[in-house]
Design a protein around this ligand. Structure first.
Ligand code: E4P
Length: 325
């Protein structure tokens, strides 16, 4: 049995990409997108028809409103683009697709709630139930509060850009459906900060972060699912075999399916339940303090939001060029 099939015995495998053709090749259960992945896919020639459809639908949407600004139109087009990619992906995967809220709203609880509801309504117009969508939101304090409200309305959320333990605890307390703790970006930070070129899997700080969160959640009976994300190597993925879900880029999925290496289960909910792990109470003050005290999490969260926002801006400029050509 190849390594990917072995992994699938213990974790749900998710494709981390906006490239629809590669999802079809890898047959995952679910798929995740993010603004950078959508921006990249939207500029691939094979998806030009999806971009045209997003522009046409966006124009139709705002056309009736008096004097729509170009910014208003571009934002409508970006929403439709995410939804159109999501709809195509849902034709392939049997499960759910994660669609990310505009990263520029990461510190605005109200606007994030509105955007989440709007994205769900666009999917519902196409007959897609909200059960098949995860609204992906950055794990800021405001993002977590917005997710809590959306979950109360039955809208499921995936809390992303999660680097610190306090972020993970606050997400579980808020009752979010799923979190995406990042592995590779944590490793990137520690390699740079410590001036080392590699870590063994036993010491990999990204892998250890997900293990810690998984054990904490299982020990204390939280229902929030843990989906390891942002992988730099197949070894990082297999080191988390047993995690609820793992979202993996197509190149690593291909590598795993071409390998026959043994993949033992590394994370075990039953073992975690027997662990002696103290429960922590988190409020806004302690959330912000814990984040502030964790330089890696503070820097990576800020950098991640900036990166997604920049990719959205450049996608917006690309769309503006198409609109005006
Ligand atoms: C998925 O939720 C993340 O957006 C993704 O895994 C990030 O991966 P990266 O660190 O390789 O960009």
């Amino acid at each position: 049995m190849n390594s990917l099939d072995q992994l699938k015995r213990h974790s749900i495998i998710v494709a981390d990409t906006g490239d629809i053709d590669s999802i079809a090749r890898n047959k995952p259960q679910d798929a995740t997108t993010n603004p950078s992945l959508i921006a990249k896919a939207a500029q691939m020639p094979q998806y030009a028809d999806l971009v045209e459809e997003a522009i046409a639908t966006g124009r139709h949407d705002v056309g009736g409103k008096s004097g729509p600004t170009e910014l208003h139109l571009l934002n409508a087009i970006l929403d439709h683009l995410s939804v159109i990619f999501g709809l195509r992906i849902l034709r392939i995967v049997p499960g759910r697709v994660s669609v990310e809220v505009d990263a520029r709203l990461s510190f605005d609880e109200h606007a994030t709630v509105e955007k989440g509801r709007h994205l769900i309504s666009l999917f519902e117009e196409h007959g897609i139930s909200k059960e098949r969508i995860l609204i992906k939101i950055a794990s800021t304090w405001e993002g977590i509060r917005a997710a809590e409200r959306l979950e109360q309305e039955g809208i499921h959320c995936n809390l992303t850009l999660l680097f610190g333990f306090g972020q993970a605890i606050a997400c579980a307390d808020a009752g979010v459906t799923l979190i995406s703790p990042f592995v590779g970006r944590i490793l990137d930070w520690f390699k740079k900060a410590k001036g080392v070129s590699s870590y063994s899997m036993e010491d990999d700080p990204g892998v250890l972060s997900v293990q810690r969160i998984f054990n904490y959640y299982k020990r204390h009976g939280y229902r929030t699912q843990v989906m390891g994300a942002s992988f730099r190597s197949a070894e990082q993925v297999t080191a988390l075999c047993g995690c609820d879900l793992l979202t993996v880029a197509p190149a690593l999925l291909t590598e795993l399916s071409g390998s026959e290496a043994e993949v033992p289960k590394r994370l075990d909910a039953d073992e975690a339940k027997a662990m002696n792990i103290e429960r922590l109470e988190i409020d806004e003050r302690s959330f912000r303090w814990m984040l502030n005290q964790d330089a890696m999490a503070t820097e990576k969260l800020a950098e991640g939001i900036r990166g997604f926002a920049n990719d959205l801006e450049s996608l917006s400029r690309y769309m503006a060029k198409l609109l005006n050509s």
